[in-house]
Design a binder for this molecule. Structure first.
Ligand code: ARG
Ligand code: ZN
Length: 416
């Protein structure tokens, strides 16, 4: 068996990890229009990490409040008449129990038996995911190839797995995960999809075999590693901009870049970068996609959380000309996801239903790369655990994600 790059375990001392001891996740509810105004203020307040912003048809926001800012925030809530539930009382305790990892012995046994370390019982570090992609390319050379489409800020490879129909002229589907580092269920679900389309290839019907798949499970590998090793709630990439690190890769794409819902301030969570495609991760994806010359019929990006199936536009509340098609297929996806895993997903235009945010990958895929069926799917949950989704939800969520991509494959499999 091949040697993997070793898992670098205690490369950051325990005390160098960011602690969320005493941080609370609050679900805050508005009952009047005036209180909704207050929610808008709250979600942009300094020292508040907003996990789920106020959506158009919602009246709640999820905010993480650190002990240092708890007094200020609770005073604000009181004076605006907002009520709240404490959803997670001590975030550090939730983080500590979220991801039970295997012992080195168990890991070695697994690798000896299967040729890789990937499971859908826990959230894996980047080395396990990349090792799994290598294993698949070596095991199924007839239809699986692995390509490095670029390099992250810190020099990690951006690995795209191609699963080929072996039929020239086939329609193609692009899938990415892990644009946002802390949304661990996204790479977990995308690797599950890869597993089903390779190791379990005959179980999913003809459509999936008649499509060429291009799959990038971890678009933001630096952020993903950082979220495992240092700060569980890291969102952006790891580009250092003056006194703060990180560009929000989902605000850095070059279509209507820099508009509403993105920030020019490097310390903000939605920092759009210094210019469109200033980041190597987003730039590599755009070049690769642009080179697929019209074969791509689907662009699909997995995020969490909220259980939404979002289609363009995200920068403006208007909808594209073929909105009826996007909406119809979106509703088919929702039905399939519900049947596969039991969670309800809400379908709509990203800005019209959620909130406007410019510079996201989906708008670029639709507006610049002109890929018809472009979606962002926000996986589970709806804010009971948020980003810290316990491992027993990986499989049900991943099955829903698989159902989504199968629906899309059936939709385009006969389109030429
Ligand atoms: N939660 C995602 C984000 O904030 C939603 C993106 C939806 N798409 C959009 N173009 N706004 O990045
Ligand atoms: Zn996201």
């Amino acid at each position: 068996l091949r040697a993997h790059e070793g898992r670098i375990t205690p490369d950051v001392a325990e005390d160098a990890r960011v602690s969320y001891e005493g941080s609370q996740l609050l679900k805050v509810t508005a009952r009047t229009e005036g209180q909704k105004e207050a929610l808008h203020k709250l979600q942009d307040m300094e020292g508040v990490d907003t996990w789920l912003r106020l959506a158009i048809n919602s009246s709640t926001v999820d905010v993480l409040v650190k002990p240092e800012t708890a007094d200020k925030v609770k005073e604000f809530l009181g004076s605006s008449g907002l009520t709240f539930d404490v959803v997670i009382d001590n975030l550090q305790a939730a983080i500590d129990t979220e991801n039970p990892t295997m012992s080195p012995e168990e890991m070695e046994e697994l690798e000896g038996r299967k040729g890789h370390r990937m499971t859908w019982q826990s959230y894996h570090p980047l080395a396990d995911i990349h090792g799994y992609l290598d294993y698949l390319a070596q095991t199924y050379p007839q239809f699986v190839t692995l390509q490095t489409i670029g390099t992250s800020v810190e020099g990690r490879p951006l690995k795209v797995l191609k699963i080929s129909s072996n039929r020239p002229g086939s329609p193609a589907i692009w899938i990415d995960g892990g644009i946002h580092a802390r949304e661990w269920i996204s790479p977990a679900s995308v690797t599950y999809i890869i597993n089903e389309l390779t190791e379990n290839r005959d179980a999913h019907g003809e459509a999936v075999k008649n499509v060429d798949w291009y799959i990038l499970p971890v678009l933001n590998p630096d952020g993903y590693e950082y979220s495992h090793r240092v700060d569980r709630l890291w969102r952006k990439n790891r580009h250092v901009n003056g006194k703060c690190a990180g560009t929000d890769l989902n605000r850095n794409f070059g279509y209507k870049w820099g508009g509403v819902g993105s920030s020019r301030e490097p310390c903000q969570e939605t920092f759009a970068g210094s210019h469109p495609f200033s980041e190597p991760e987003s730039a590599a994806v755009s070049s690769f996609i642009q080179n697929q010359a019209g074969s791509l019929k689907v662009y699909l990006s997995f995020h969490s959380y909220g259980q939404y199936i979002l289609h363009p536009w995200g920068y403006i509340r208007a909808v594209p000309r073929d909105h009826a098609d996007l909406s119809r297929v979106g509703r088919n996806i929702a039905t399939a996801m519900y049947q596969a895993g039991g969670a309800s997903y809400t379908v709509g235009g990203a800005a019209a239903m959620l909130y406007p945010a410019a510079g996201a990958s989906d708008d670029w895929a639709k507006g610049a790369a002109r890929i018809k069926y472009t979606y962002t799917i926000e996986l589970r949950d709806r804010g009971s655990f948020g980003f810290i989704l316990p491992v027993q939800y990986i499989l049900p969520t991943a099955r829903e994600a698989l159902a989504a991509v199968k629906t899309l494959a059936s939709e385009i499999a006969n389109v030429r």
